[in-house]
Design a protein around this ligand. Structure first.
Ligand SMILES: [Zn+2]
Length: 219
């Protein structure tokens, strides 16, 4: 059964949103696009992967291929759906389905632009920076819009949303150091390392609590 898909849009969403959001490596991108070409673009959700064929198609050895497919599956781009005589059967997901999967583990449609405001929309980036008073939410370093990084209190990879209530402005250093740690843990670490005074630390914990309450209310 053929789907009514706007491929120009799908391609743009994949390149502009999915690749940076999931930090897809060049090889993963090549494999994802290759799989898309042989599934959704020909009207099927499924594709049978002859490992040898795919290996030749993207110039990769079989060993690496398994690893890359596993990574794509963990990132929600594909799902293993079993085996047949010819090889492994995969289901391939469109960008909007991937983003939605990241959000709630289902495959309903979401508004990509809203979901990924952190990466693209200049107006929303400015609004976020303004809300956090032109400072890094964690260390309170002053930030210009060009230095803005967006951090998610509940990591996207753990099912957190990219809505405003789950997003904070942060500096490059905090974004890098915090990693997947919980925001409250990271604030405590800054305090212990004397990068936040006791007063500032308490004030930041209150600010965090306020955001978390706002996020809970929206749910
Ligand atoms: Zn910072």
């Amino acid at each position: 059964m053929s789907e009514n898909v706007n491929w120009k849009r799908v391609w743009a969403e994949a390149v502009d949103y999915v690749v940076p959001l999931l930090k897809l490596k060049v090889t993963e991108q090549a494999i994802y696009f290759y799989l898309m070409r042989h599934s959704r673009m020909v009207g099927s959700r499924l594709v049978t992967v002859l490992k040898k064929t795919l290996g030749e198609g993207v110039q990769r050895s079989e060993f690496n291929l398994n690893e890359h497919l596993g990574r794509l599956a963990r990132k929600g781009c594909v799902a293993f759906r079993g085996h047949n005589q010819r090889g492994v059967v995969l289901e391939v997901f469109l960008p909007e389905e991937i983003v939605d999967w990241l959000h709630r583990g289902g495959y309903k449609k979401v508004n990509l632009d809203e979901a990924l405001l952190a990466y693209k929309d200049p107006a929303k980036r400015r609004a976020l920076l303004r809300r956090d008073r032109d400072r890094c939410f964690y260390c309170r370093k002053r930030l210009e819009i060009t230095e803005l990084h967006v951090d998610h209190l509940e990591p996207i990879s753990a099912g957190g949303s990219t809505r405003m209530e789950n997003s904070v402005a942060c500096c490059e250093r905090c974004n890098r150091e915090k990693g997947p740690a919980h925001a409250s843990r990271y604030l405590y670490m800054l305090y212990r390392m004397h990068r936040l005074s006791r007063e500032r630390y308490k004030e930041r914990v209150r600010a965090l609590r306020k955001l978390q309450l706002a996020a809970a209310e929206k749910m």
